[in-house]
Structures are given as C-alpha cells and as structure tokens.
Design a binder for this molecule. Structure first.
Ligand code: ADP
Ligand code: MG
Length: 629
C-alpha cells in the first residue's frame, strides 16, 4: 500500500456480515474456487455499469475505453490480485457495499448456510450474491483499493474478516486510474491460487463467457496474457456453441453450479428484433418462494447491460435465468420507458411461448429430466393457471399430479381423463398439506371402492387454481370434501352387502337424533356415499370453498369463520348401526356418542376436537360404561 496513508477509519461489520464471515472462514466448503468466480463477476458487473454510465457521460471512459479484468499471480508474496477498470467505488460505496448486506432474506440464507455443508454451502453463497465475502474463504487479509470513474480520490478498504475493517484515503499513484484492485493475501492452504495452470483452468471453467476479456499476469511485471476474450456467447451462431459452452455460461449468469435442464436460445426477427438466451435451472434455488424475489432475466441493449429488473417473463416463470439483447431500444432507456415499450410486451409473449414449448418438448423427449423440472418448479408454474388466463389450458395440460392411482410418478390430466370410469363426469381432487394424511382420508374410501382416481394436491397454490380453472377437456374439477359425492351412478368394484329396510329406518332416525344433538356445530348430518371403512367424515357444503381452501383462507386472515361442515355417517359401519340401535331412553349416552363421532371426524381431517376437555370427559364416560357392561 501507499506509504502516506491518511487518517484511517475503523468500522465494525454489520452483525449479519460478521456472522456470514465467521461461517465462511470456519466452515469447510469443498468448492472454494467459487470465490474467483464471484470476484470476476463483480469486476465484470463493474465494467458493465461503467459502459452504461458512459452512454450519457462518455468522459468517464477517459482514454481507456476497453473494459478488462486482470488477474495477477504473485507466488513469492502469496497474493492473488483481481483488478478491473470498471466503475470503481467511492468511500461511501465501499462502506455500504463491503460492510453490509442489503438483502432481504439474509437471515433465512444464513440458517441454510449454517446447516449446509460442502458443495451445497458454496452453491448457496453464489446464489445469494454475498459473493465478495467469499474472498475470506481463501484469504486471511483482503485489501481493496478503488477509484470511482471520474473521481480524483482513491480509497483503501482492508480487513482480516474478523469483525472489523478500515477505510482510508490513498494517494492516486498507488491506486488504479479507474476501477478496483482487490488483493487477496492467501492462506497457507490456498497458495494454489498463484499457480497459472490452476487459475487459468478455473477462469475458463467458471467465467469463460463473461462479456469482458480476462487476462492473467503470471508474476508481477510480466505481460498480461488473455485467457478469455469477452465475446458475448449469445451473439454467436447456435452451431458454434457447444453444450459445455452453454452450461458454463448458464453457471455464470445464473449463479448456479449445476447443468441447465432446458436451454432456450433464439433470435426473434420481424417487427421486434431481439436475441434471447434463457435457462431453466437444473436445481431449485433456495429462495424460490421469497416474496421479494424477482425474475433474474437481464436486459441488454446492443450488448450493454441495462437492468435485471425489467419484467421479461411472467412471475410464474421467475425461476428462468438468462438474458435478452435487443437493438430496438435506445441505450439510455429509462425504467418507465422499458415497462411501457411494446417491445417488452412482445418479448414477454415470445419468450414465454418459447420457454413453455421447450418444457413441453422436454416432457416428450426426456420424461425423467422433465419430472425433475416439475418437482422443482411445478408449484411455481401452477401459479400461472390463475395468473395467465390466456395460457391456462396449456399450463394445466403441462401440469403433473400425484394421484391415488400413482403417488410416486405424477400424472398428466390427459391420462387421468383417458382412464376415467364409466359414468364419471368430474375430475376429483383432495387438497391438503400432507400426502400421507391425504392418502388416509376417509373421504377417499368410496372413490377407492369404485376404482376412481383422485388427484392428491399438496401445494398451497393448488387450492387456488382448482377453484379458478373451470374444467379440463370439459370435465369440471370437484373436491371430494365438498358437496354430495354423486357416486351412486358408478359401480363399486366389489359388491357390498345391502342393508335391510329395517336398518335403514333406524339409521334415518339416528340421523335426525344426531342433527338435534349437534345443533349449531354442523350444518347438516347425512348418510354418506363416500365412506366404506370409516364411520364418519366431514365435508363442506356444496357452495363456497372446500375444506382445505377454507382452512388456508382462515389461516391467512382472509375469512373470519369457517362455514359449518356437514357430518356424513357410514350407514353400513358397525359402530353406527350399534349406536343407532341403542334404545331411545339412553339419550345421554347417545348424545355423548354422537359428539365423539364429530370429534373423530375432526381428528381425521387433521384438526383437534373443538373442546378437548369436554372430549376427554365424554370419552371417559363412554369407556367406563363399556367396561362395566
Ligand atoms: P452482489 O454482486 O450480488 O451485489 P457482492 O458481495 O458480490 O454482491 O458485491 C457487493 C457489492 O460490492 C456489489 O453489488 C458492488 O456494488 C460492490 N462491488 C464488489 N466488487 C466490486 C468491483 N470490483 N467494482 C465495483 N463494485 C464492486
Ligand atoms: Mg457479486
């Protein structure tokens, strides 16, 4: 550093940063190489920001217009220096960017990181974009000297990653003319990052396609040798790009470490012209459901990065990563202009179609890869069923569901409809949040007995789209926990014993008694077509939300109280016939029994007895009586 360091300010890292650094230093992440990708990605961003600012202020480029990133290896002093001639940072920007984490979801991220190990930890670091701090995985001291483009001051930030950092002004002579120089003082076990062979290989693997040329200086004083030329991959012909090239680019643009599941690369010509290169990731980003999470498609104008905040895809495709490059917008386009531009609407439409058809093709050609994509992103894609009216049919057809016929391999509705039973007019579903519990639901029994397939919907979004989608191929969706079951017209697979007229009469009387005993707690009591094994179940009235949707709306505070359910009883069940046969003078016992039946139905639904104490008392009375007799 410069000898004449002026006053040195000491700062303490924000608590989140300190915790993060501690994790970085003390956890053993197997893939430390990623620090280099993170620093190069920041350097490339800085060059792109400068290119963008220089559109209105070309003097910022001074006499050095070509962007570059230089890696200097210094084996003797065990240092690796990453330097760019990008936008640089002012004093305040240094403090702001390298002392805090201005991101929502930081807490959740760190919890994941604390639990993660090895490779997964490294992946999380990349995805969350706390890239700079990853330098402390390999360095015990980091110096950053930066000079913002157009400024006549340069600043030095230094830290050992142990809770605090310093910032001081430095002489211009000791700083880059513009941009940022990051010096890593490598730890003993990280000396390999001064090896030309190692560093070149990592750069080519991880960062070979960043749109800024990268050079390596093998030892201080040597001439730089270019290792990546900075040509934008998407401008090349598809035939010139290998699968590996695409995968490398995907990793650098998406911050992922895997292979893309789907690659979409095309040029749109005609009224609106643009190039699109987009990827469906091969695995699920950890913050997919973070409400603040925006799409991560970048917008370029003539190879200049403009923004990653333009909504280039609908929300339900927010997991897609990549970019659009167009010559049809001015370089100094504003946020408002982008949002209102007819080009944007055209891009959204064209890109959405291409992404969806690519996923459809994948379902045909590589069912296993598609199954993984669906597993990772299906619950997000399904949001489109109620958000994108125009594509609703297409999205429903693309969707896959676990069903009573196949709970390991999700099924398409086209197949469901093909296998419908004679006399079946609706697509039946059961929604809840736990697959095992759904499979054990008494409401399913009558459907099973008739061999009718029922969709088992466990994503929160399911309860919403099923009520907004009127039908599939003319077949309405029907919740099996709501309204009448309408199963009488469909034959059971095994004949069951018919009940005598006498029994029917007693059961009818019992139903009347139960209605009176339960009063306001239910809206009706009736005999059931859907039960074959269990004694009772609850269903929702015909109109309004089904039981699961109602619970979700209540949970979200959207409705105050649930509609009163209907208690259905199984007239063929031994318990029901036995209680029904109890003499009328045994009124108190019958009332206890009926109320216990209602609580049993609640428990089967995953709820609690309404009044646990009254429940326990009733149960004790009934037990006592049973044991005495
Ligand atoms: P991210 O890149 O996701 O914002 P990082 O931790 O990698 O997170 O970087 C934090 C911030 O530090 C960047 O957003 C940027 O403002 C600043 N920064 C890091 N490296 C550089 C650089 N070489 N030039 C200019 N700014 C940089
Ligand atoms: Mg970064």
């Amino acid at each position: 550093m410069s000898e004449v360091e002026m006053s040195v300010e000491k700062h303490v890292f924000e608590a989140d940063v300190a915790r993060l650094l501690h994790l970085m230093v003390h956890s053993v992440y197997s893939d430390k190489n990623i620090f280099l990708r993170e620093l190069i990605s920041n350097a490339a961003d800085a060059c792109e920001k400068l290119r963008y600012e220089a559109i209105v202020a070309p003097e910022l480029l001074a006499n050095d217009p070509a962007p570059r990133i230089t890696l200097t290896l210094d084996e003797e002093k065990a240092r690796l220096i990453v330097e760019d001639n990008g936008i640089g940072m002012s004093r305040d920007e240094l403090v702001e960017s390298l002392g805090t984490i201005a991101r929502s979801g930081t807490r959740a991220f760190m919890e994941r990181l604390e639990a993660a190990q090895g490779k997964e930890g490294a992946q999380l670091i990349g995805q969350f974009g706390v890239g700079f701090y990853s330098a402390f995985m390999v360095a015990d001291n980091v110096d950053v000297v930066s000079r913002r483009a157009g400024s006549d001051k340069a600043w030095h930030w230094a830290s050992d990653g142990k809770g605090s950092y310093t910032v001081s002004a430095v002489e211009l002579a000791g700083a880059p003319a513009r941009g940022t120089r990051i010096t890593l003082h490598l730890m003993d076990d990280a000396k390999t990052y001064t090896s030309r062979w190692t560093v070149e290989r990592i750069v080519k693997d991880q960062s070979g396609h960043v749109p800024v040329p990268i050079s390596i200086v093998e030892k201080p004083g040597d001439e730089p040798a270019q290792v990546a030329d900075g040509t934008a991959l998407w401008t090349k012909q598809k035939s010139e790009i290998s699968k590996e090239d695409y995968a490398d680019f995907y990793r650098s643009v998406a911050g992922q470490y895997d292979e893309p599941a789907v690659t979409v690369h095309f040029r749109a010509e005609g009224r609106h012209e643009y190039t699109a290169l987009a990827f469906v990731p091969g695995s699920k980003p950890f913050d997919l459901f973070d409400p603040d999470r925006k799409g991560r498609m970048k917008l370029y104008v003539k190879r200049v990065f403009i923004t990653d905040e333009a909504e280039l895809l609908p929300r339900y495709l927010r997991f897609v990563r990549g970019l659009i490059d167009t010559a049809d917008l001015p370089l100094n386009v504003s946020r408002e202009m982008i949002q209102e531009s007819p080009l944007l609407a055209s891009i959204r439409k064209g890109l959405t179609s291409r992404v969806l058809t690519s996923i459809e093709k994948l379902a045909e050609s590589e069912p296993e890869t598609f199954a993984k994509v669906w597993e990772d992103f299906g619950s997000v894609i399904k949001e489109g069923i109620y958000e994108d009216f125009e594509r609703r049919g297409q999205l429903i057809a693309l969707s896959r569901f676990r069903t009573t016929a196949s709970d390991d391999k999700p099924r398409a509705l086209g197949d469901y409809v093909k296998d419908m039973k004679d006399g079946q007019t609706a697509i039946y579903y059961l929604a809840g949040d736990n697959l095992a519990q759904l499979k054990a639901s008494p409401q399913l029994e009558g459907f099973r007995a008739r061999g009718i397939e029922v969709l088992l919907l466990t994503d929160p979004v399911d309860s919403f789209w099923v009520t907004s989608a009127p039908d599939f191929e003319g077949k309405p969706f029907k919740s099996i926990t709501q309204g009448a079951a309408d199963l009488a017209g469909i034959a059971k697979q095994e004949a069951d014993g018919t009940t005598s007229a006498e029994t029917n009469q007693t059961v009818a009387e019992f139903v009347t008694f139960a209605k009176a005993a339960l009063g306001d707690a239910v809206s009706d009591v009736r005999t059931s077509e859907r039960l074959t094994e269990s004694a009772v179940c609850l269903v929702a009235p015909e109109h309004g939300p089904d039981r699961q949707l109602e619970k979700m709306l209540q949970g979200a505070g959207r409705i105050d109280s649930a509609a009163k359910p209907i208690l259905e009883i199984n007239p063929g069940h031994a318990l029901i016939t036995a209680i029904a046969a109890c003499p009328a003078e045994d009124g108190a016992f019958r009332e206890d029994a009926v109320k216990l039946l209602l609580d049993q139905a609640r428990v089967l639904d995953g709820d609690k007895p309404e009044d646990p104490r009254a429940f326990a008392e009733r149960l004790s009375r009934v037990f006592t009586r049973a044991l005495k007799s």
